[in-house]
Design a protein around this ligand. Structure first.
Ligand code: DC
Length: 203
């Protein structure tokens, strides 16, 4: 039996934590689709063409090194604008979504383009200031030296590029449930996501 949960939204809204929690709660497989774009973005930093990198991407690349740096995030957002890059990553994501036992995918276009038939669609968001503060603390904990202002500017730049591109822009699907985590603890955000899914998941 397949059962797909699509979780979309901007950077640092809480998608990743909610997706991992949902996967653990229901025993679903989880795919952070941002890692695909980050792995492609990282290859372009070495001079590889983005389309070649996407067409030859391997699962191992997703495990190698730290893909969650600010530099790779910007590179990911830039390659994500290219239609051929997005097209090269579709089959892998769709196959993952149909895994037996259920799957949760988080990204920007899961509910709109990759899995329009998903049983549950959530669009997780929060104000740019709250998201930048979370990302700032995350990067600082890893020893990064970016200032709060730089992180906020980065978040805004990426939001704009992700939402305004012409292919698969970040936006809620018409049938997505919006979850604003600006004033929610992670436990409360996860509890809300779990109860929305429980209504649809045949246990
Ligand atoms: O979720 P993230 O911050 O790891 O994503 C990095 C970039 O990848 C994001 O700025 C846009 C792109 N992306 C995308 O275009 N579509 C997805 N499904 C996931 C990520």
């Amino acid at each position: 039996m397949s059962f797909t949960v699509a979780i979309d939204g901007p950077a640092a809204a809480g998608k990743g934590t909610i997706s991992k929690g949902v996967a653990a709660h229901f025993g679903f497989s989880h795919l952070d689709t941002g890692l695909l774009y980050r792995a492609v973005g990282r290859r372009t930093l070495d001079g590889t063409s983005a389309v070649t990198a996407a067409q030859t991407l391997t699962a191992e690349e997703l495990q190698q090194g730290d893909l969650r740096t600010a530099e790779i995030a910007q590179a990911a957002s830039k390659v994500a604008v290219i239609p051929e890059v997005r097209a090269a990553l579709v089959d892998f994501q769709r196959a993952f979504a149909l895994r037996k036992g259920g799957a949760v995918l988080d990204g920007r276009d899961i509910g709109t383009v990759i899995c329009p038939q998903a049983e549950v669609k959530l669009f997780v968001t929060a104000s740019a200031e709250v998201r930048a503060e979370r990302r700032f603390l995350e990067l600082a904990a890893k020893g990064g030296d970016a200032t709060r202002d730089q992180v906020l500017a980065d978040v805004r730049e990426r939001d704009m590029r992700d939402a305004e591109r012409s292919t698969a822009p970040m936006k809620p699907a018409d049938d997505a449930v919006l979850l604003d985590t600006s004033n929610l603890s992670i436990e409360d955000a996860l509890a809300q996501a779990v109860s929305l899914i429980e209504v649809k998941f045949p246990v």
